[in-house]
Design a protein around this ligand. Structure first.
Ligand SMILES: [Zn+2]
Length: 372
């Protein structure tokens, strides 16, 4: 049965779960987003579902069972051998061993698999805890242990739903998803990301055998430029592929206040992308992704839920919502003296600007061979 209204999939596994106090993922994100949505009256029994933990058999649809066993063991013992560290990058390269290292990614995966199932006959599901786009079949990468977008898209494909378009507006290239579906003409992956930053892939000319389009954008990307890419490249590409389903990875690290990128979007840009894709095809899953400033993430992702539902975003937040934002802590410099609007509003001031020639060129190149 088609979902009548968007469903928010969350979990308490994310609350107080941290990758360690000096890691960018020390900050709360899903719990604060959920609390903010509740404080605004945007969640109820009718539109909220608990993410179940996926089983190892389900996740083995993409991931190596031996790698899953190593993750499980890392959670049990809270330690890894050098062999496991080298082979699976668990406990290495910014992928620390942390208390929920197995249950948390398995819950994100379970949430996405539930989302794919709930949308089989159509509808919209939002999983702010998902979006781990760097995860590899048998290796942790870029703070990601599993690749829940890949698992969700496979869920759709296995149910006979294709073609699928994956759109990724995280500041980093969606390398794990692109590589998983390279040469697969059932899935088009589109990624907008800052050029010349980790993982240093996703060049404009990299099309993964035709299954990908990449938009490596310069530092300072503004709202006007994002809107230009959306209307001049992304939406035409999506339309040309006539998808049965769209998967949107909505990382919040392309926003101006994020510490890990130099892009300069306001959260209006994210909400515009969400609204534009929302009515484009019968099925939509939206996830979170990166995002390392706790206020930026919570405000952006709560607004994503509003955009999916056409909820009105108040100019000034009610007391209960402000209290959620005032309760957040951040041990980086930006956390010492946060500006008042991080507490009192959801919507950023727009960051409009010039559309630079390199942005126009990226859009034009991406459409070549589609309409040419
Ligand atoms: Zn990112």
């Amino acid at each position: 049965m088609r979902l009548q209204k968007p469903v928010f999939i969350g979990s308490e596994i994310y609350r107080n779960s941290t990758y360690g106090k000096n890691h960018p993922l020390a900050v709360p994100r899903v719990s604060s987003t959920t609390d903010l949505c509740r404080a605004l009256g945007w969640l109820s029994h009718a539109n909220f579902a608990e993410a179940p933990m996926a089983t190892e058999a389900q996740v083995a649809r993409f991931h190596d069972p031996a790698y899953l066993a190593a993750l499980r063991e890392a959670e049990e013992t809270q330690a890894v051998s050098d062999d496991v560290k080298n082979r699976y990058h668990i406990g290495a390269f910014n992928n620390p061993v942390y208390p929920e290292i197995f249950r948390r990614p398995m819950t994100s995966a379970g949430g996405i698999l539930l989302a794919a199932r709930l949308t089989e006959d159509g509808g919209i599901v939002y999983c702010p805890g998902g979006g781990t786009h760097h995860g590899r079949r048998d290796r942790a990468s870029g703070f990601c242990y599993l690749n829940d977008p890949v698992l969700g898209i496979l869920g759709w494909l296995d149910a006979g739903i294709s073609p699928v378009v994956y759109v990724d507006i995280d500041a980093h290239h969606g390398d794990g998803v692109q590589d998983a579906f390279a040469d697969d003409d059932r899935v088009l992956t589109i990624s907008v990301h800052q050029q010349n930053i980790w993982p240093h892939t996703g060049a404009a000319e990299d099309r993964a055998g035709g299954a990908a389009r990449n938009f490596p954008v310069p530092a300072g990307l503004n709202d006007t430029e994002m809107r230009y890419l959306l209307h001049e490249a992304i939406l035409p590409l999506v339309a040309a592929h006539r998808p049965q389903a769209v998967f949107l990875q909505c990382g919040a690290d392309a926003l101006e206040e994020d510490p890990l990128s130099r892009l300069a979007l306001s959260n209006n840009a994210h909400w515009e992308v969400v609204r534009a894709l929302r009515d484009f095809c019968p099925r939509l899953i939206v996830t979170g992704g990166g995002g390392y400033n706790p206020w930026t993430v919570a405000r952006c992702w709560a607004g994503v839920w509003a955009a999916l539902n056409d909820f009105a975003v108040p100019d000034t937040l009610p007391e209960a919502a402000e209290a959620v934002l005032r309760g957040l802590h951040y041990n980086r410099a930006a956390g010492r003296n946060p500006p008042a609007h991080w507490f009192t509003t959801l919507r950023d001031a727009p960051r409009e600007g010039m559309v630079r020639p390199e942005i126009r060129l990226l859009a034009a190149n991406a459409l070549e061979e589609v309409f040419g």
